[in-house]
Design a protein around this ligand. Structure first.
Ligand code: F6R
Length: 598
């Protein structure tokens, strides 16, 4: 949600900033801009994509910042595009976050002329005012951030000042150490083609990023932030010949799923072990696991809940992170909170995890992003190891999250001696066979494409499934609506007749998941109900199950994981419906990846 980049070094900054912004566009694409600084400041920005910015040829400045915006305060216009400047036109600021008290701060700046409706512009003017007191940009920024209520990752450049100043509170910011210069960025993806050495700024950090080195202060003291080596390679964040990142990521699932269980399942013993650092005595004591997440990650939690409750005696609850409260009478000694977040930066999920931690509850963060705030703040970080996901619609990470929750469920059940050995062994085998099963679905892509084209003109789409297929129904509908803009809804199949059936007509395709473990025989009755109202039915089945649906797709036998495999059909269906309508698949309207505002 808004991407920022900065570079200072010996090479021209402009191409590095533009390339970096293009890789960050999945965080927001309402407007884009860069500021280049030497003894003067030049700003180029406009509404639209990074590629739309009208840039000079051959700019030689070796210092600059850039921004790609997901609008919060102010419409996506040229004037509201970042970077924002002060009255003198010598200070430029890019910002990810929200300055909550910007109105009050603005009132303290009489005589300053504002040119945008954003909350960010006030920061540039405050720095201008501070620079009348001190010539040191880092000191000026430090004084300004102390006055901000809200969240920020900031990058600041000024004419005649030979470094970038960066600051962070509650919005992610990474420092990259390159051979020909140093960087700041919202996440590591734009840095991979320059360096794999990064540090993660902490809340309250203010950093001075110069060509010659990086200095970081927190609360007036200089601090060291460890340098990490990123394992992802640069090509992982490229499209690699696919039309869209989303399609590439759907196809990466067999590999991502292999990585999710790598080193976590003993191939001979068929036992899962996550080597949790949480004490066994605690795991033996817990009586409730609260899962919190948003969007697709929330759907993964609904699946994970059922796995936990199938394998162990622990009660599992799932809440939207934005709605989470610990619940009255919860005993921190008996409760575990698991926050699931691909990005590890979702503000709602962070808030929920912090709420839990404040009451003394231990937390596990399940995330794809090494060094993310979720990973750093939780008692234990479990990485899903899916590799970078750039498409705004989450695909490969859903499966990897479910698999990671599955191995967590196995580990906890085993630790507590509650695991039925046959059930545990079968699930481990299924997890090992999952990548191959997903590949079999991918091999049917061209058939899914034909079906998607045939039904793409439906006025609405309904997805139904029971038990483990119910979260997959919700996920199938979310995927379709976010990238095709069609009305799509998912329901536990039994709920259809309690209201939504009123919407079913011969123009509303119903996608039914009838796999094992999803009470398919009961869902078949719901299929009949919609068919008798004329709706065409596309069914995903397993075990050679007969049915009189219009279109049938089959998944291989895979026990508790069959609905997860069925989900890959739904991803392909959503992709091809959206593609046939010419939608902006990797950058759906109004959305952005990594939602860092509440
Ligand atoms: C949907 C999607 C979103 C995210 C949600 C949570 O395709 O991507 O619903 O799942 O914003 O994001 P993370 O997992 O980063 O916390």
């Amino acid at each position: 949600m808004c991407g920022i980049i900065g570079y200072v070094g010996e090479s021209p900054a402009q191409p590095r900033l533009v390339d970096g912004l293009q890789k960050l566009e999945y965080r927001g694409y309402d407007s884009a801009g860069i500021a280049l600084a030497d003894e003067a400041l030049s700003v180029f920005k406009q509404a639209g994509l990074v590629g739309d910015i009208d840039l000079p040829a051959g700019a030689t400045q070796t210092r600059g910042i850039g921004h790609t915006r997901w609008s919060t305060h102010g419409k996506p216009t040229d004037a509201n595009a970042h970077p924002h400047t002060d009255c003198t036109g010598t200070v430029a600021v890019v910002h990810n976050g929200i300055v909550g008290n910007y109105d009050d701060l603005r009132r303290d700046l009489p005589g300053h002329e504002f040119t945008s409706e954003t909350d960010t512009e006030v920061v540039a003017h405050l720095i201008e005012a501070e620079l009348e007191r001190t010539p040191d940009l880092r000191e000026a920024v430090t004084a300004v951030v102390e006055r901000i209520d809200g969240s920020y990752a900031l990058g600041v450049v000024a004419a005649g000042y030979d470094a970038i100043v960066a600051a962070r509170r509650s919005s992610p910011l990474v420092v990259g150490y390159g051979d020909d210069g140093n960087f700041i960025a919202s996440d590591v993806t734009p840095l991979l083609s320059h360096t794999r050495s990064v540090s993660y700024l902490e809340d309250g950090d203010v950093a001075r990023i110069a060509h010659g080195g990086v200095e970081i202060w927190n609360d007036g003291q200089t601090v060291d932030r460890p340098i990490h080596t990123i394992e992802w390679d640069a090509t992982a964040a490229e499209k690699g010949g696919y039309d869209h990142y989303m399609l590439k990521e759907i196809y990466e699932q067999p590999q991502a799923l292999r990585q999710a269980i790598a080193g976590r399942i003993d191939p001979v013993e068929k036992r899962a072990d996550l080597n949790l650092s949480l004490p066994e005595t605690f795991l033996n004591r817990i009586d409730e696991i609260q899962l919190v997440a948003c969007g697709t990650s929330y759907h993964a939690c609904l699946y994970g809940k059922q796995l936990i409750e199938t394998l162990s005696d622990v009660r599992a609850t799932v809440e939207f992170a934005s709605e989470y409260t610990v619940g009255s009478g919860r005993n921190p000694e008996r409760t575990l909170v698991v926050g699931v977040s691909q990005s590890g930066e979702t503000a709602d999920t962070l808030r929920a995890l912090r709420t839990a931690r404040r009451t003394g509850i231990r937390t596990i963060g399940v995330t794809n992003t090494v060094g993310s705030t979720v990973a750093r703040e939780c008692d234990e970080a479990l990485y899903i190891q899916a590799g970078p996901e750039i498409g705004v619609a989450a695909t490969k990470t859903f499966g990897s999250q479910v698999v990671t929750l599955g191995t967590l469920a196995l580990t906890i059940a085993d630790t507590r001696n509650e695991l039925n050995p046959t059930v545990g062994r079968e699930l481990c085998e299924n997890l090992q066979d999952l990548p191959g099963a997903v590949q079999q679905v991918l091999d049917h892509d061209s058939t899914v494409e034909e079906v998607a084209r045939e039904y793409a003109d439906g006025t609405a789409f309904f997805f139904i499934g029971r038990r483990l297929a119910s979260p997959v129904a919700l996920e199938g509908a979310l995927k379709l609506k976010e990238i095709s803009y069609d009305h799509a809804e998912g329901f536990p199949a039994g709920e259809l007749k309690h209201g939504p059936l009123a919407l079913v007509t011969d123009d509303t395709p119903v996608i039914a998941i009838l796999t094992d473990g999803a009470r398919p025989d009961e869902t078949k009755n719901n299929v009949k109900e919609v068919q008798s109202r004329g709706a065409p039915v596309i069914a995903v089945t397993s075990g050679g199950r007969e049915g009189d649906h219009d279109i049938g797709f089959e998944v291989p036998d895979l026990g508790l994981l069959e609905p997860l495999v069925a989900n890959v059909y739904l991803q392909l269906f959503a992709y091809h419906v959206a593609h046939s309508k010419g939608r902006s698949i990797d950058r759906p309207r109004n959305l952005a990846k990594s939602v860092t505002v509440e």
